[in-house]
Design a protein around this ligand. Structure first.
Ligand code: SER
Length: 596
């Protein structure tokens, strides 16, 4: 038996022994990146360094990172997909490449001293080549050299073996490692290419030597990087001979807590098992999001909306299990206990997690009651319909006006001998979704992968603004969030009251004066303690490395930051605050532009 805590430390120890510096994982809510709602992969916080920014901890790094992917939220419930998972990662920033990377992975997986997995149960895939890059014979040869038989190497196309975090940014071919989950030993000739059902991916080594600038342009990066990601939950399952992540110590205690409330046992009924997995997964993700150092509250947009959906879907599946009362706090407490060793912020934010869950759950239970009440009011009329069909329009009204989920309308209808015109509902729903998507998912430029002149100038302007706000409003001003595109900056900071027009003007003037002074921007690496002692601004509650990069704008500001920044302030343009408004209790939000 190996526990998640043990696997994390083994991984860090192994790569430490190979000269890697241990760095801490980052928040689930990316700072300065409007292109994604959540940190979706271990490499995400490292994008600037993969593109060439020097990293203060060096060129060989190792870490573990909490990640959230909710693209396939409606598919969660099967035995292997999770909305929140941990990635163990080792990184080479222009240091080693394919040869060492593959050898490290093989040694860690198969050596008796480390994970001691049976080599006969491992297979790999490599990039088959296309118009962008050649077939990766080098990786294939390296695997063979290490003892992987020819028939366990599959050459697959870019859809399988090319990795990119988004439409732009660092990317490259990858080689993926799979573990046999079928009975006995895999038959000769079996690999991911011939049998995708029985091979489970556990580790992905990406050879990032390209940067996708736009849809048509792929350029070679100045250096060859390695980004690897090992799925912690899946590897734990493999190491403990469990058929599913839900049968490991990462999930069993959560399922037990749900089972106790519902009076059911996991494994006794397939439909109930699916609901139990959904509740377990969603409560775990919601707890991690709420307990994050920058955790949002449930809401109607962005990350808060995803959080709300997770909580509500958990409540709905709780009801399927026969739970009528509020119950999410019980499994959430188990999640905090399981994960706070690795993520101490969960313990710090325990009260917040419990309060927010309870509030959202109560709100949703009320919604459900209201919806049921409305349905009952409609019922006499519905029953008069000779075809016994409820129109999709009406079902949509319940959804749209009262937030009542279609699944529940279907259930109530069925209980009363009615069917629902699902096509009509789906139609109305799709139209509604298209409208809200147009609002929520504008494709932003910017983000961590954007090192364009415009985005870089906004990075530097953010430092100037931060300092100017502290000068004008006082030292209580602390950065609460920052979001940069090529068009504008957005800055959230703690301050109890709206700014007066005079204060806004003074802040603008101070920033513009620093731009006019054409100050040089310089970077120095120093121990975090030294940075704090010299008065550099840093984000409260953020996890930093032992050695950090400190950017100084002339004699004006000094701030711990990953960069990049402009070389001199002179050409940034004129700084204008367009809006100052409330963001949340005690937090103000400024939107500002640089006019050229
Ligand atoms: N970026 C790759 C992944 O997420 C490897 O870390 O799979």
């Amino acid at each position: 038996m190996i526990s998640p805590d043990q696997l994390r430390s083994k991984y860090l120890d192994f790569f430490k022994a190979k000269g890697h510096a241990v760095i801490s994982g980052k928040s689930l809510l990316p700072e300065n990146d409007p292109t994604v709602l959540f940190t979706t992969a271990g490499m995400h916080p490292l994008v600037p360094y993969l593109l060439g920014e020097p990293h203060p901890a060096g060129s060989r790094l190792v870490d573990y990172q909490k990640c959230v992917r909710t693209g396939d939220i409606d598919e969660v419930g099967d035995p292997s997909h999770l909305t929140c998972f941990e990635m163990l990662g080792n990184w080479s920033l222009g240091d080693y490449f394919k040869r060492e990377s593959i050898a490290y992975s093989w040694e860690f997986l198969t050596s008796e001293q480390w994970l001691a997995l049976d080599p006969a149960k491992l297979s790999v895939t490599v990039f088959a080549g296309d118009q962008n890059a050649p077939r990766d014979d080098e990786s294939a040869a390296r695997w063979r050299e290490l003892g992987v038989p020819e028939d366990r190497v599959a050459y697959l196309p870019a859809s399988d073996n090319w990795w990119a975090a988004g439409p732009t940014g660092p990317c490259g071919p990858d080689t993926e490692i799979f573990y046999w989950t079928g009975p006995g030993l895999p038959p000769a000739g079996s690999n991911k290419g011939t049998d995708s059902a029985n091979w489970m991916e556990i580790w992905n080594n990406v050879f990032m030597e390209y940067n996708r600038v736009d849809e048509h342009t792929l350029v070679k990066l100045p250096m060859q990087n390695v980004d690897t990601g090992m799925g912690l939950e899946r590897t734990i399952a493999v190491l403990n001979g469990a058929a599913s992540v839900y049968l490991t110590d990462s999930f069993k205690p959560i399922l037990d807590a749900i089972g106790t409330v519902a009076g059911v046992t996991y494994g006794s009924d397939p439909a109930r098992d699916t609901s139990m997995r959904i509740v377990a997964d969603h409560v775990r993700s919601a707890t991690m999001i709420l307990g994050d150092q920058r955790g949002p509250s449930p809401g109607n947009v962005g990350a808060g909306y995803v959080l709300r959906r997770l909580i509500r879907r958990a409540v709905r599946h709780g009801r399927k299990l026969g739970i009528e009362q509020a119950f999410l706090g019980t499994p959430a407490a188990v999640v905090v206990d399981l994960l706070s060793g690795a993520y101490p912020e969960l313990k710090d934010n325990r009260t917040r997690i419990m309060d927010e869950l309870a509030r959202e759950e109560a709100k949703f239970l009320e919604t459900l009651q209201k919806g049921e009440h409305e349905f009952e009011k409609m019922l006499p009329n519905l029953l008069k319909n000779p075809q016994k069909v409820m129109s999709g329009r009406l079902a949509f009204k319940l959804y749209d006006t009262y937030g009542f989920p279609i699944e529940l309308t279907l259930e109530l209808a069925a209980e009363n001998g009615l069917s629902v015109n699902r096509d009509e509902f789906d139609d109305a729903f799709r139209k509604h979704q298209e409208l809200s998507r147009a609002g929520a998912e504008q494709t932003f430029k910017g983000g961590l992968a954007d090192q364009s002149e415009a985005a870089t100038a906004y990075h530097t302007a953010t430092h100037l603004l931060h300092k100017a706000l502290r000068m004008v409003l006082g030292d209580h001003v602390a950065q609460k969030g920052s979001n940069i595109t090529t068009e504008r900056l957005r800055f959230d900071f703690s301050h109890p009251a709206p700014m007066t027009p005079e204060e806004i003007k003074r802040v603008e003037d101070i920033v513009n004066e620093q731009i006019k002074r054409d100050l040089p921007v310089t970077m120095r690496m120093m121990p975090l303690e030294e940075a704090k002692a010299t008065g550099a601004m840093a984000l409260f509650g953020e996890k930093y490395e032992a050695v950090v990069k400190v950017y100084s704008v002339g004699d004006f500001s000094m701030e711990v930051c990953g960069g990049p920044h402009v070389e001199r302030t002179g050409s940034m343009g004129r700084f204008v605050i367009q809006k100052e408004q409330s963001s949340s209790a005690g937090v103000r939000r400024i939107r500002a532009v640089l006019e050229r």
